[in-house]
Design a protein around this ligand. Structure first.
Ligand code: HEC
Length: 213
């Protein structure tokens, strides 16, 4: 019988201590059962620190670090400052013609361009670049043909800009193609255009026979 009194007394104390003070205001911080990560041992930017001899929380860069985007040695390329390679523009901000001089326009580059083109452009622009890709049969009828005079004469930098930022109904491809990829695709676009303009006189003499000429 006595245990019943004890248990009842304990329950009364528990009920009052848990429930009895609800809604009371307190200047004390609340009891934190799970502190999660509310308070962390960290430094805020530009803060001071007693730990480091120079008193700064921000640490200087380690010797020899390379900023993101710096692919070529000398300084003008600092943080993608190379307007030609990264934006297809001249230093004065116009669309540049031709390809950035640091890229080697060789067969490997061209093949890379063809591969990327086939994945990312051909569905709309077609394998021949005439705008007759598969999406045409699904209603995308405004796709440009690279064989229009306007695009044949367009500076390479402007095509770079179209790939980077998109144009009208064409979405940007900057997240899928690195700047180097984009230049490779442009090289391949130029090859498609050149091939379309090809004449018999372009065929080397020792291959004319292959054409039955
Ligand atoms: C989803 C379809 C689609 C894909 C994929 C696509 N394009 Fe286009 N592209 C278009 C359409 C549509 C236009 C016409 C936009 C307009 O209305 O001016 C266009 C226009 C262009 C133009 C002409 C821009 C101008 O100044 O008139 C170029 C150059 C071009 N695309 C290059 C590319 C390249 C290179 C790729 C691959 C990286 C690509 N496109 C991928 C749909 C596409």
């Amino acid at each position: 019988m006595r245990t019943v009194y004890y248990v009842t007394a304990l329950l009364v104390v528990l009920t009052i201590s848990i429930g009895g003070f609800r809604g009371r205001r307190s200047t004390q911080p609340p009891i934190e059962v799970f502190p999660d990560m509310n308070r962390q041992a960290k430094y805020k930017p530009q803060a001071g620190s007693k730990f480091f001899a120079d008193g700064r929380a921000d640490r200087p860069l380690a010797a020899g670090v390379v900023p993101r985007g710096r692919t070529i040695a000398p300084d003008p390329d600092f943080l993608r400052a190379d307007n030609f390679l990264y934006r297809g523009q001249t230093t004065s901000g116009e669309f540049a013609r031709d390809f950035p001089p640091e890229l080697a326009l060789d067969e490997k580059f061209m093949q890379h361009g063809q591969e990327r083109y086939t994945i990312y452009c051909a569905p709309c622009h077609g394998a021949l670049g005439d705008g007759q890709g598969i999406t045409k049969s699904y209603g995308m009828v405004t796709t440009a043909s690279y064989h229009d005079d306007r695009i044949r004469k367009m500076p390479e930098g402007e095509i770079f800009n179209t790939i980077t930022n998109g144009k009208n109904t064409m979405s940007p491809y900057a997240d899928k193609l690195s700047p180097e990829d984009r230049w490779a695709v442009i090289a391949y676009v130029r090859a498609l255009e050149r091939a379309r303009q090809g004449a018999v006189s372009d065929v080397p003499a020792d291959h004319k026979a292959d054409l039955g000429l």
